[in-house]
Design a protein around this ligand. Structure first.
Ligand code: FNR
Length: 414
């Protein structure tokens, strides 16, 4: 059975002329050319220093990087059921390639919140990146900016948001991810700082009001925040510092305890969202949405978008694979909200499938953290180029010229 059975047009009637056309003025980037760059370099004997199959990065990171740091990134909640379910949910969809369509001119661009972006990919908020590489968030953000890709900075970054903004340059697209803690003064201060340093959208993560049971970290008793890593935005914040008796440098333990006490915030409800909506003027998205009713509540609360995500399987073990949550959310709010997707994206065909299921763009998580750990900014750039080259080739070989032409008709169930 194809997904098209549930939509008005059947797969056989899906035709290119019926979908939005590619704007002829669009700046087209040939992402697929990366493969010939690699082959041409190979004529001198050079081969890529990192795998081009991004599913292999975790193994290479485990071989080469600090076990605690890699464990923190690779690990998930519980026994990892939901992290595996994320991959399975994407794998259960299969692409049905179409032949003899003109795919010479392709356009990977998408428009998000009034901004045209060259690709439907953004870097997900990933905290504490300094455990992977000394270049940390600025290195990853520069790599993203270099390819025109939005960078979403975590509240729990190891670099203050102003420094990351400066590293990216004034024109690069950046969004700020909020961990919505107990202290409203700190929250307000974060929003003011983010707006002042050019973060154009706010991503409010809802699935991490408590840290989940994560055996891989527990077995090593590894939690970077307790060492003051991943707390840079807090330790540079006037409202946070106002609650401390002594400067951070004189009493790190007190600062860490204050961070922990305001981070856990399981009492917030939908009603509290109004506080954020009133204070943030730009686009606002809720991250961690998995139920269509929650997506409808997001729309009713005046949000601009949702990120269908289960935090890469790091929070509710036993939860459904994120790609299984995507179609019901798209069906519920796709006409009212911008629906983005993450959790399990590793390959170009994963990007294709998420877009065909109705996501407007995807966020990439762990693969770029491994790229950063293995080769700093260049490693993140490598990961982005591999993902986008593979996506571009998948599009072309399957008979599509860009995200605008994808729909569920392009897929079938395995
Ligand atoms: C995350 N994620 C995350 N999300 C968020 O909103 N704020 C954060 O600070 C973090 N930090 C973080 C650290 C690490 C090490 C990982 C792996 C993930 C979740 C992230 O944004 C995204 O939802 C997942 O990474 C997507 O799943 P994949 O692509 O990693 O499978």
């Amino acid at each position: 059975m194809t997904a098209g059975d549930s939509s008005p047009s059947s797969p056989s009637s899906a035709s290119i002329p019926s979908v939005p056309s590619i704007p002829s003025s669009a700046p087209l980037t040939d992402w697929s050319a990366f493969q010939y760059e690699i082959y041409l370099n190979g004529t001198t004997g050079a081969v890529p220093s990192l795998p081009t199959d991004l599913t292999a990065l975790e193994r290479v990171a485990e071989e080469r990087l600090d076990p605690g740091a890699v464990g923190y990134v690779a690990g998930s909640a519980g026994d990892g059921k939901t992290a595996r379910a994320n991959r399975d949910a994407l794998d259960r969809w299969r692409i049905v390639p179409r032949m003899l369509r003109d795919v010479e001119r392709r356009d990977l661009s998408v428009e998000l919140f009034g901004t045209r972006l060259p690709t439907p990919v953004a870097l997900a908020p990933v905290g504490v990146l300094s455990i992977m590489h000394e270049g940390a968030e600025p290195a990853a953000a520069r790599a993203a900016a270099g390819r025109g890709i939005p960078f979403i900075l975590s509240s729990a970054s190891s670099t203050p948001m102003e420094q990351v903004a400066e590293a990216m340059g004034p024109d690069a697209v950046r969004w700020f991810q909020l961990y919505w803690g107990r202290d409203r003064d700190v929250t307000e201060s974060f929003l003011d700082r983010a707006a002042a340093s050019g973060y154009s959208a706010l991503v409010v993560t809802l699935d991490t009001r408590l840290l989940a049971w994560r055996p891989r970290d527990l077995d090593r008793a590894y939690l970077p925040f307790l060492h003051g890593i991943g707390t840079a935005n807090y330790f540079t914040d006037p409202a946070f510092l106002a609650g401390l008796a002594k400067p951070v440098a004189e009493d790190l333990t007190a600062a860490v305890l204050r961070f922990v006490s305001l981070f856990n915030n399981p009492g917030t409800t939908w009603e509290d969202l109004a506080f954020l909506r009133e204070r943030w003027k730009g686009p606002m998205l809720l991250k961690g949405i998995q139920h269509p009713d929650d997506a409808r509540r997001a729309a009713n609360a005046g949000m601009d978008g949702v990120v269908v995500s289960n935090h890469g399987g790091r929070q509710v073990n036993g939860a459904i694979g994120a790609a299984d949550a995507l179609p019901p959310v798209v069906d519920a709010v796709g006409d009212r909200l911008t629906v983005l997707f993450d959790s399990g994206i590793r390959t170009g065909d994963d990007v294709f499938k998420a877009l065909a299921l109705g996501a407007k763009a995807v966020l990439l998580g762990r693969p770029y953290a491994y790229g950063l750990g293995l080769d700093g900014q260049a490693g993140v750039d490598h990961v982005l180029r591999c993902l986008l080259a593979e996506f571009d080739l998948t599009l072309a070989l399957a008979g599509y010229r860009g995200p605008a032409e994808l729909s569920r008709d392009a897929l079938t169930r395995a």
